[in-house]
Design a protein around this ligand. Structure first.
Ligand code: HEM
Length: 220
């Protein structure tokens, strides 16, 4: 029932997003695009989580897993990176600074804090939005590898280890897809592959949580 409600909500949100633009030029509100994308990712995640529950019944709670500091940090960084990815797509910020690792020769371009007050740049300045997506993406990569390696060292579950290897491998693929999308000036097929890659990263992370081996002393 819940998934049907989410599906209907997605339709309404899609209409609300399209209503924000798409009149004279192909533009929609980046924030509504982000909400639409996040709801799609949530619906897919719930379908996979309950699919796993049906296929491999076990007592596991994502909520209790997320009480672990490193798990919570990894999850939060992935969600923030996806949000800012949607902002980059919505603002067409990927068409700026198609260079890597620097942005036009600078680590932090001079326009980054062009608007006043400084914090609004994180929501309406395409340069700052792209820089933030880059920063969050590499923070996600580092923290995800710290999480993965720590879990790999303490778990004795081969199933969990396989999901962890998938997570670490796919995190590299997703970053390479992102950098390639940027350097190639955001061709449509690369952008779609990068978006799908983000969903796969979320679903693999969910798999590592579903098959996480419970421990009394679990710091990760
Ligand atoms: C953990 C790593 C990453 C994740 C989870 C991620 C996720 C996303 C998501 C969800 C989008 C929005 C897709 C859409 O709505 O069309 C996006 C867009 C984008 N990302 Fe990433 N990204 C990551 C890494 C990177 C990196 C490292 C770069 C480049 C340095 C990058 C460059 C881009 C660009 C240029 C776009 C805009 C594509 C468009 O205009 O459609 N991403 N990203």
């Amino acid at each position: 029932m819940g998934v049907w409600i989410l599906g209907a909500l997605q339709g309404v949100l899609g209409w609300y997003m399209v209503k924000s633009g798409l009149v004279d030029d192909p533009w929609v509100s980046p924030f509504r695009l982000c909400a639409h994308l996040m709801l799609a990712f949530l619906t897919c995640s719930l379908l996979v989580w309950y699919g796993l529950k049906g296929r491999y019944p076990r007592h596991v709670s994502l909520g209790s897993n997320l009480k672990q500091p490193l798990t919570f940090l990894t999850f939060t960084l992935v969600i923030l990176t996806i949000c800012y990815g949607a902002f980059v797509a919505g603002m067409k910020a990927g068409l700026l600074y198609n260079t890597f690792p620097l942005m036009g020769g600078d680590l932090i371009p001079e326009e980054t804090f062009f608007h006043k007050p400084w914090y609004i740049n994180f929501f309406n300045n395409p340069v700052t939005v792209q820089l933030t997506h880059r920063f969050l993406a590499f923070s996600t990569l580092v923290i995800m590898w710290v999480y993965g390696i720590k879990r790999f060292q303490i778990t004795s579950s081969n199933v969990e280890k396989k999901w962890l290897m998938g997570l670490l491998g796919w995190s590299l693929v997703q970053v390479i897809l992102g950098v390639s999308t940027l350097l190639m000036h955001v061709p449509y097929d690369m952008a779609i592959t990068h978006q799908a890659g983000a969903l796969i990263l979320v679903l693999i992370f969910l798999g590592t949580q579903y098959f996480k081996e419970p421990f009394m002393e679990d710091l990760t």
